[in-house]
Design a protein around this ligand. Structure first.
Ligand SMILES: N[C@@H](CCC(=O)N[C@@H](CS)C(=O)NCC(=O)O)C(=O)O
Length: 202
């Protein structure tokens, strides 16, 4: 299978962590790809009409896209344990949506500075994206720590990936300030082999 990949993408990182956790890394060939809303770049639109990575080209069947679909696919094929049964599943998926939402806002801020001409930039829009991130981080700190310290699941995968992306692209915003529990958790997670092996670059 071919995984359309970039080492900086938090969504690709979710898939890579899932592959490490379920020991399926040898099943995929990593294909460098990437673009942005103004130019889909090297991401084949025939595989994902949205022009986004990650996308997974399989030997049979249509390509899969969106990290949520691909992670669940690999968790199934590898008999992983990232999706708990029962009521806890809804917590895990909501936590995943929170991590993904942080990544979404953080990436939109980067697209604003990289793709929009300077005279058309709108600072309140950028700050509005950061406000979403700050609220989500505060929710993690105040409401989600018990879950974050529980069994490793897809919600934790998404949060690890989002926080890693904040470190990569928005370090000056210092997300750790005022969030000691989340900062300590992120430090502990960095020792996990699947997390350590997928540190973002680029
Ligand atoms: N919801 C998607 C988001 C994927 C995404 O936004 N990927 C970025 C790279 S980090 C991308 O390919 N952006 C190109 C674009 O927005 O046109 C997922 O979870 O896979």
């Amino acid at each position: 299978m071919k995984l359309y990949h970039s080492p900086a993408s938090p969504y690709v990182r979710k898939v890579m962590i899932t592959l490490h956790e379920t020991r399926q890394l040898p099943l995929v060939e990593l294909i460098p790809a990437g673009g942005h809303p103004v130019d889909p770049g090297t991401m084949p639109l025939s595989l994902n009409p949205l022009g986004k990575i990650p996308a997974l080209e399989r030997e049979t069947g249509p390509a899969l896209y969106d990290s949520r679909v691909i992670c669940r696919y690999f968790n199934d094929t590898g008999r992983g344990t990232l999706y708990p049964a029962g009521e806890t599943l809804w917590d895990s998926l909501t936590l995943e949506a929170t991590g993904d939402g942080i990544a979404d806002a953080a990436i939109l801020m980067i697209y604003e500075s990289r793709t929009r001409p300077e005279e058309k930039r709108h600072d309140p829009w950028v700050e509005g994206q950061w406000a979403k991130i700050a609220r989500a981080l505060d929710a993690l700190e105040s409401r989600w720590m018990a879950h974050l310290h529980g069994p490793f699941d897809i919600g934790q995968v998404a949060v690890v990936a989002a926080l890693g992306y904040l470190d990569l692209r928005h370090a000056a915003r210092d997300w750790r300030a005022g969030r000691p529990s989340l900062a300590a958790w992120a430090g502990k997670m960095a020792e996990r082999p699947s997390v350590k092996a997928t540190m973002p670059e680029g």
